[in-house]
Design a protein around this ligand. Structure first.
Ligand SMILES: Cc1ncc(COP(=O)(O)O)c(C=O)c1O
Length: 477
């Protein structure tokens, strides 16, 4: 019988190189912890404090993090950015209150809205039409919506996006504050921003009230580790503390918390040199990949100041397959099978290789070699392609639709029904369909295309993706 541990051990000995999370890149040298084994796994014994009531070593560790990130207060999350987002939304908006959500937010934001029975208004990201990728959130759109809907209590945006696009957060923060509302920024993919001026400004610097960062995504820290930063007095700290307790285990792992603190101590002591070397590695790799002839490494020149994008994270290597004969999925497969390189994400139009300060030159060289070799063998081919972020018609609030009586019907026959379930591609975990939205013909066409291309839909209770739960006693449509 092969256990999970056996399988992980066997995999760790293979030559597969990770261009995915976690940010330690399975490189022991990137972690400031010699002993990652079971011998330091304890519970809240004497002298080791309690995360939910921290007064000793865990308080000191969180205060250290707050100093490093230049915020008023930092809360550890051992339930990832997911737990931190649930807490941030819950603390910022009263039960049943109204929230403005960027429609390209991670599912955790929607789950928070469902749990707290919030009324949801959406703001859509602009789209980079050339590459078929979501851009930023327009500050002018935020202003317009807040003017029209003064009952909104908080705004949540994702910046950077999974693909590294950063919105004009400073302008958005000013607008949100002029309206006397709260700005929550999901910066799950931007925990590394503060450590080099070659990265975009962090939302912390741009004046967001609550900022959520996954340490494990782009810094050397164990999976599930994240931080919630309180960057102003606009959200009550006791409420935040309470919700962080509610959404996390009552036995937070000391291994995870130690990896966070080690990461933070290491950044304090050696962050400057390590990040200078890492940025040089990114720049060299980008330079070499600019030699691609058919594939294309997306650059700042391609995207900044278009589609509401203020800046782009150069640590994300987004390789566009537009104009060549293969899809992102096929490119990802070639990289995995022929070169043993595992990507973070594959989309129809691109693949995403995630780099971090834990990367080694050897890994980057392998990526460059593989992409240049694949590129030299590819045919050019203009493909019919059109991407937009679909605007589905929302007829019921999320929580209401999830709790309503529902029935299971064939997915492809569900046009016109109100969805009782989420549908998303994972990654990136952005819902394509949200409970309460009316299922459109266009949505079903997209689903057919994704299935044909071999993408697995997530969120449906039917893992085979053949049926969907729809609200039984729907509203008049
Ligand atoms: C934009 C964004 N926010 C939040 C999350 C959730 O983060 P975590 O996996 O740390 O819970 C993700 C996960 O991929 C994400 O992409």
């Amino acid at each position: 019988m092969e256990s999970l541990y056996d399988k992980l051990k066997e995999y760790s000995q293979k030559e597969n190189y990770p261009f995915h999370m976690p940010g330690h890149k399975r490189n022991p040298e990137s972690m400031n912890m010699e002993n990652c084994g079971e011998f330091i796994d304890i519970t809240e014994i004497h002298g080791f404090d309690n995360l939910h009531h921290s007064e000793g070593i865990l308080r000191a560790a969180q205060e250290r993090a707050a100093r490093l990130f230049h915020v008023r207060e930092t809360f550890y999350s051992i339930n990832g950015s997911t737990g931190a987002l649930l807490a941030a939304v819950s603390a910022a908006v009263k039960p049943g209150g109204r929230i403005l959500i960027a429609r390209n937010c991670h599912k955790a934001v929607y789950h928070a809205a469902a749990i707290r029975r919030l009324k949801v208004s959406y703001i859509y990201p602009q789209v980079e039409k050339t590459f078929g990728i979501n851009g930023g959130i327009s500050p002018e759109d935020v202003d317009k919506i807040l003017d029209q809907q003064p009952e909104i209590e908080a705004v949540v945006i994702t910046s950077p996006t999974y693909d590294g696009r950063v919105s004009h957060v400073k302008k958005i923060a000013e607008i949100v504050h002029t309206h006397k509302k709260v700005l929550i920024v999901d910066e799950a993919h931007g925990a590394h921003f503060s450590f080099s001026d070659q990265f975009p400004d962090s939302a912390v610097l741009s004046g967001a009230d609550l900022v959520i960062q996954s340490l494990h995504k782009t810094l050397p820290s164990f999976t599930q580790t994240a931080v919630l930063h309180r960057n102003s007095e606009r959200v009550n700290r006791e409420k935040l503390q309470k919700f962080m307790e509610i959404y996390q285990s009552s036995s937070p792992s000391y291994l995870l918390m130690a990896s966070m603190d080690s990461c933070i101590c290491d950044l304090m002591e050696h962050g400057k040199e390590k990040f200078a070397a890492y940025v040089r590695l990114i720049q060299e790799t980008r330079k070499k990949l600019s030699g691609l002839k058919r594939l294309h490494l997306i650059t700042k020149t391609d995207v900044v100041n278009k589609a509401a994008v203020a800046d782009m994270d150069i640590s994300k290597f987004v390789i566009s397959v537009k104009g060549v004969s293969i899809t992102g999925k096929e490119l990802s497969r070639l990289l995995r099978e022929n070169y043993h390189l595992e990507m973070e994400m594959e989309a129809e139009n691109y693949v995403l290789a995630l780099s971090s300060v834990g990367d080694r030159k050897e890994g980057m060289d392998r990526l460059i070699h593989a992409l240049l070799e694949i590129d030299s063998r590819l045919e050019r081919k203009e493909k019919e392609y059109f991407y937009e972020f679909r605007r589905e018609n929302s007829l019921m609030e999320i929580g209401e639709a999830m709790e309503s009586p529902s029935e299971r019907i064939p997915l492809l026959e569900s046009q016109g029904e109100i969805s009782g379930e989420f549908v998303y591609l994972y990654p990136p975990g952005i819902p394509l369909l949200v409970p309460g939205e009316k299922i459109s013909l266009q949505f079903l066409r997209d689903m057919r295309r994704y299935k044909k291309l071999g993408f697995q839909l997530e969120g449906l209770s039917d893992f085979k993706n053949e049926t969907i739960r729809v609200v039984k006693e729907g509203l008049e449509t």
